[in-house]
Structure formats: C-alpha cells, structure tokens
Design a protein around this ligand. Structure first.
Ligand code: IPE
Ligand code: IPE
Ligand code: MG
Length: 260
C-alpha cells in the first residue's frame, strides 16, 4: 500500500468509518405488499434507495460498497418476477452508469454472469469498462451471486494454476483464496447490514465476512433512508473489534487493530 493509502486507512480507523460496507437489500416485496402494490413496485422503489446509499458512501469517502441484488437462489422465484428483475437490472445499468462515472464510482458486477441473457451480459461488460478508470468508491453489485459459488470458482481457478505447474499446493494460503474470489483487491467488509428483519446470511460473502460487524434491521429496503444508514454507521463506530484479542490489548492500541 502506498503512503496515501496508509494515511487514509489510519484516518478512517480513527473516525471509525468502515472501509467496506456490504448490504443484503431485503424487504422489497413486503414493502410493496403492505401498500397493496405488486412486488415489482418494491423492487423499483429499491433502486431509488440504491442511488441514495451510493451517494452517501461517495460523500463519506467509503472505499467499497457491495450490494446483494440477486442471489444464486433467486432463480427459484416465479418466472415473471425473475424476468421483471432482469429488465430492471438492464434499465438501471442503462440509466445510472453515466452518473456513476461522474461521481468517480467504479462499478463491478460480481456473480456468475454466464447465467444472464447475452444482452445483459454485454451491458454488464460495457458498464464495467465505462467506469473502470474511476478511483473513488468501488460499487459491487452482487448479481447471480452466492458465497458458495464464489468459493467454488476460486477453488477451480486455484486448481487450474496447480495443474499448470504455476502453484504448489503447499504454497496455497488464505491470501491465495482471497485473491481468487470475485471481490479480489478489496478489503473484507467491515460492516454487514441486512434490512428486512431476517437474521441469516443467505449465502452472501461467506468467506469475506468472517469478521464483519453485523447490523440487522427490520427496516425494509425501500425505507432505508440516509438517517437509517447513519444509525448503522454510528452503531458500527461504537463497536470494539477485537479480532480474537482481549479488550485490554485493544485499548492499549487505541482500537486500531486490523485482522492481521
Ligand atoms: C429483496 O427483496 C430483493 C431481491 C431478493 C431481489 P425481496 O424481494 O426478497 O423482498 P421480501 O423479502 O419478499 O419482502
Ligand atoms: C437475499 O434475499 C438475496 C438478496 C437480497 C438479493 P432473499 O429474500 O432472497 O433471502 P431469503 O431467501 O429470504 O433467505
Ligand atoms: Mg426477501
């Protein structure tokens, strides 16, 4: 890491702003149903929330935001809902990419792109290329993503390197694994938020969230306002992260430990 990177890491540790926030955006369907609207209206409203959360992360100079938009398991939903979600994804990419670029946001879509219709795959590549030089927030949209899929594709990559004689099995470390996941190059999430009231991981960022602070809220995703996000950030700022150490050890180091 260069000196600027080190300074910004230390500044963030002091201000206790997470470097990486990951969010399971849940509760769109219930939000719509509560209003007597079709579930899809909740997904549409959810896109507006994404815009506002991204803006807030840009303002706070958070390094990375990963949003769970569609899981490997969401294909099990009714075909009409899946197809409307694909259309909405395409529409959002079309509409938002210019704005992201203006805000210096680098967009990455993580997940198994191969499962999407070819037109959407092309759009994803184009959107990623358009913003690839942006150096502000990295926005990762997890789509057709599953933590088990991520670990499986990493295992395949590593096995290929071993088979090609480029890597010794005994040289495989935790960093090798991390470096082959779809989130490679980014710090692990510090703050893991789930809206919508459920208390489960739903196969999101399984490896990467090993030491993430969890923030579970009953607020439904379309109601996740900047004030609610601020509450989560404040809650995070008040937590003591020990990474296995004792409270006394952490106090002596002013709470600036990372997990290494
Ligand atoms: C999350 O909202 C969005 C997706 C999974 C695509 P849901 O659609 O799961 O909303 P609820 O949980 O049914 O309310
Ligand atoms: C998790 O939400 C996936 C996304 C938010 C994209 P779900 O609503 O699909 O999760 P489960 O099925 O209730 O665990
Ligand atoms: Mg749900």
């Amino acid at each position: 890491m260069d000196s600027t990177g080190t300074e910004s890491t230390l500044a963030k540790a002091a201000a206790r702003i997470p470097r990486h926030v990951a969010i399971i955006m849940d509760g769109n369907g219930r939000w719509a149903q509560e209003r007597g609207l079709p579930r899809f209206a909740g997904h549409k409203a959810g896109v507006e929330t994404v815009r506002s959360v991204v803006e807030q992360c840009v303002m706070l100079k958070i390094e990375a935001l990963t949003l769970f938009a569609f899981s490997s398991e969401n294909w099990r939903r009714p075909a009409t809902e899946v197809s409307l979600l694909m259309d909405l994804f395409m529409l959002a990419l079309n509409r938002e990419v210019k704005r992201l670029k203006r805000n210096n946001v680098r967009l990455r879509i993580i997940g198994d792109h191969g499962g999407f219709p070819p037109k959407l795959q092309a759009k994803i590549l184009e959107a990623e290329q358009t913003t690839s030089e942006c150096s502000g927030l990295t926005l990762q949209i997890a789509a057709n993503y599953g933590g088990r899929w991520d670990l499986t594709q990493a295992a395949r990559n590593i096995a290929r390197q071993v088979a090609a004689g480029q890597l010794e099995p005994d040289a495989i470390t935790e960093d090798t694994l991390s470096g082959n996941l779809s989130t490679k190059g980014l710090p692990d999430p510090d703050l893991f938020i789930r809206t919508g009231g459920e208390q489960r991981l739903s196969n999101f960022l399984l490896w990467q969230s090993a030491y993430a602070e969890l923030y579970l809220t009953n607020v439904l995703w379309p109601d996740f306002t900047p004030a609610v996000f601020n509450r989560a950030l404040q809650d995070f700022a008040g937590r003591q992260r020990r990474f296995g150490r004792t409270t006394e050890q952490v106090r002596q180091h002013s709470g600036n430990f990372s997990d290494d």
